[in-house]
Design a protein around this ligand. Structure first.
Ligand code: FAD
Length: 375
């Protein structure tokens, strides 16, 4: 489907108006190839759009928007231990996770309820509760819109790191489908493989599970007194092998429904900012300024500083200006209460960034993609 002057308001979860000069929605690899081969399309200004749940559209877009809509799921190969499954870029991510859990293909259950489509999942290497999608990606099948040819990237070639990949840097790569290598995880198949080792694991892990559940829950006050999850322990609990994938999915669903604002109800893109990754000395300096700032282990000597704590420390949690606010309980989420423009949301986010920088001398970066083409 090709359109001109197309409003993307329904295609981004911040729900901001943005008129794209040109818009092309396609559902097969052949469609995009023939469109680009036959049309004289200017691709110097182009945007690939999935579910629009990780993008802030600032102003109108004077270029062309490509919107993949292929929703196919195909079992490419498999045996009693693993399955290689291909999913189309246009498939809603959570529908795919649901299918994998129902079919007994394990690996993606911790990534339950992340909004957006399959095609975007490798771009920022989506992650939650201790799992990153890169652990389960086998290959990424792309179309290079500049060279006008199909190209496949192996997991290694994708160069995955925390919320990053080659696809963030090479904007000419349009992801058409993703191949996942998942484990055959149904209890039956696990038991068939090796009953004894499963039983042993069950006996070993049960006390650990009980301890982690106990540690995961505490009573805390932010606005009102209520039960709060300690996500570090939730993560550890979800990584236990003895917990069936169906149970993990249910648990993640329950937690996310309670803690994340639903973009169908209120405009947002989830975590707007990334947690900065810093050497220990930098964290120690931050801690001298405000001892309540939390951190998590990253790789090697590096620490991930809680961006929510930084924002809270500069008194932005719950603050509202016009129709834009910071979520009171999760300060790394920016909300559009309705009617805010992309420019207003962008300027709001810049104020937060500046205040954190002034207090801690640290730059926080957006996790969301900011498209500022027309400003
Ligand atoms: C309530 C909420 C909770 C969230 N929770 C999490 C979370 O726990 N973990 C997490 O990692 N993220 C989370 N997110 C962010 C978001 O869901 C993910 O980043 C998701 O993968 C974005 O998918 P999308 O299809 O909406 O991408 P879009 O927003 O449409 O695009 C994002 C980027 O990917 C590019 N892109 C999209 N499709 C393709 C394609 N086919 N080929 C090449 N490039 C493409 C776009 O050009 C853009 O640069 C959350 C968002 C919301 C609203």
């Amino acid at each position: 489907m090709y359109k001109e002057n197309y409003n993307l308001a329904a295609l981004n979860t911040f729900q901001v108006d943005c008129i794209a000069s040109k818009y092309f929605k396609f559902d097969s690899d052949a469609d995009i190839h023939s469109f680009l081969k036959n049309e004289t399309v200017d691709i110097s200004n182009m945007l690939i759009l999935g579910g629009g749940s990780n993008i802030l559209l600032v102003g109108d877009y004077p270029g062309i928007v490509f919107h993949p809509s292929n929703e196919e799921i195909e079992l490419i190969s498999g045996n009693s231990e693993f399955a290689i499954v291909r999913a189309g870029a246009g498939l809603e991510w959570d529908k795919f996770v649901e299918t994998t859990v129902c079919r007994g293909w394990g690996g993606l259950e911790n990534l339950t309820l992340i909004p957006g489509n399959v095609g975007a999942s490798p771009v920022q290497n989506i992650g939650a509760y201790g799992t990153e999608v890169s652990e389960w990606i086998h290959k990424v099948n792309c179309y290079d819109v500049q060279a006008k040819e199909f190209i496949t990237y192996t997991n290694k070639e994708c160069d995955f790191t925390y919320r990053n990949s080659i696809f963030k840097r090479h904007k000419n790569l349009l992801i058409l489908s993703v191949d996942f290598k998942l484990v055959q995880s149904s209890i039956l198949s696990t038991l068939r493989k090796n009953f004894l080792s499963f039983a042993k694991q069950f006996i070993n892990e049960t006390p650990v599970a009980a301890r982690l559940v106990f540690k995961s829950i505490r009573f805390g006050k932010q606005t009102n007194w209520r039960l709060k999850m300690n996500f570090e322990y939730v993560r550890q609990f979800l990584s236990l092998d003895m917990i069936p994938t169906q149970v993990k999915r249910l648990l993640v669903k329950a937690i996310r429904t309670k803690t994340m604002p639903n973009p169908k109800v209120i405009g947002n893109v989830g975590c707007f900012f990334k947690s900065p990754i810093v050497p220990v000395e930098v964290y120690n300096n931050i801690k001298k300024i405000d001892s309540s700032i939390g951190r998590y282990k990253h790789t090697g000597e590096l620490l991930k500083v809680s961006v929510g704590d930084l924002i809270k420390s500069v008194n932005w949690n719950g603050r509202r200006e016009g129709n834009v606010s910071v979520d009171v309980n999760r300060p790394l989420i920016i909300l559009n209460h309705g009617g805010a423009t992309g420019i207003e949301i962008f300027e709001f986010s810049e104020q937060i960034k500046n205040d954190v920088h002034s207090k801690f001398n640290i730059k926080i970066e957006p996790e969301a993609v900011i498209l500022r083409s027309a400003v």
